[in-house]
Design a protein around this ligand. Sequence first.
Ligand code: E4P
Length: 215
Amino acid sequence: MKLFIDSGDMDEIREAQAMGAIDGVTTNPSLLAKAGRPTKETLLAICEIVDGPISGEVLATDFEGILAEGRELAALHPNIVVKVPLIEEGLKAVKTFTDEGIKTNVTLCFSAPQALLAAKAGATYISPFVGRVDDTGGDGMELIEQIVSIYDNYDFDTQVLTASVRHPTHFIQAALIGSHVATVPFKVIRQLLKHPLTDIGLARFLEDAKKIPAS
Ligand code: E4P
């Protein structure tokens, strides 16, 4: 499973990249607002750090507006993936982007039928938000299972990008189900590598090493 970082923070992205952990980056307007720079500037800076798919989201909600914004984003850098909300005008735009060879990430997916329609429009990625489904009493991982099965049944090329990941269990479940990608906040990437027995074992080795004769 590919691992993307869900962030607009350059320090986090640089650090995750240095760990060799990440294959790509997703952003959204909330994350870019925290970055405190104009969107295009942030996306270009990310492209300098990570050589992989970088999702940047359109803000328009009408067909022509989504097309104009998406084309502008796509022209920034060959690695830019245009993130489009899962609404009717969005799907129409995804179909056009697909015909033009522009990669898309269809975002704010909360149901299997939405994911099926996004795949039919030719989406490169579908982003089901597992954490937000859980927040409303649903089962986010069940949604990933449904979408992976449906895409497998009909050989869709659209990749399932598990999003709104809140903890390592979401990540490992996504991998077990066969999600193609998971996009994960930096805090959770750090949690993925942590194990108390690793820390205890390392402390013991370093302590014992003091007893090794110098020569
Ligand atoms: C995905 O592309 C979104 O940016 C993100 O995963 C949303 O996560 P949140 O529900 O934690 O805001």
